[in-house]
Design a protein around this ligand. Structure first.
Ligand SMILES: Cc1cc2nc3c(=O)[nH]c(=O)nc-3n(C[C@H](O)[C@H](O)[C@H](O)COP(=O)(O)O)c2cc1C
Length: 191
């Protein structure tokens, strides 16, 4: 499968300003999310779900975040206000991947959470396969219960990622990768 190997050997995220219109159509998004959930999932619990931010919903999310910060910190500078208001409109589409991991008699929470990470990466690969670029962010709203409530995410749920998706507006640059000799050892028997 040379295409897959080429992709895995060269894939990169793009900075948000390079995620241009158009984003995926509803049909393209459905195909991307269908591929995204094709991940290993110990116990078949499907311990994840999606929240899609686009258009007016994405604008409303940003306005709610700006309001939340203003309530906490007082009047916002123009720059700060814009930063919050545009948090979900910097790319044509944002998909929140939510980990719904919960105590289970057999499956550790850690394994359920890792499955949500796999969904994020699969979603990015699927978006790339459909010709889109994608960037995996979390940022402060992922860790703020009040912000999560505005975004429809329960306190016991975790944001695995806000995956920003758009048409690539530039070619990605390379970035350094770990040297295998720094991260690989061969087990040669108990210490
Ligand atoms: C779970 C997770 C959360 C991240 N959150 C952020 C973030 O909030 N802000 C940021 O600038 N980058 C964040 N990143 C890193 C971006 O995805 C980064 O651009 C990416 O690692 C670039 O590597 P790539 O080109 O190999 O995709 C996060 C990455 C992961 C895996």
């Amino acid at each position: 499968m040379p295409d897959l190997l080429d992709h895995l050997s060269s894939r990169r995220s793009l900075p948000l300003p390079a995620l241009s219109e158009p984003g995926p159509s509803p049909d393209e998004l459905a195909a991307i999310l269908t591929m995204a959930v094709r991940v290993p999932d110990h116990g078949k619990l499907a311990p994840w779900r999606f929240v899609v931010f686009r258009g007016m919903g994405a604008e409303a999310a940003g306005a709610a975040l700006a309001g939340l910060i203003e309530k906490r910190e007082g009047a916002l500078s123009e720059v700060r206000d814009r930063a919050e208001r545009t948090r979900f409109t910097r790319a044509p589409l944002v998909v929140a991947v939510i980990s719904t991991a919960a105590q289970h008699v057999k499956i550790p929470i850690w394994e359920q959470q890792m499955s949500a990470g796999a969904v994020c990466m699969n979603l990015i690969h699927a978006a790339n396969g459909k010709g889109f670029a994608a960037t995996w962010l979390t940022e402060w709203p992922a860790y703020d219960n009040e912000a999560k409530r505005f975004l429809g995410i329960a306190p016991e749920e975790n944001v695995a990622g806000f995956i920003h998706i758009g048409t690539p507006g530039e070619a990605p640059s390379e970035r350094p990768r770990p040297v295998l000799s720094d991260i690989v050892t061969t087990f040669e028997g108990p210490a």
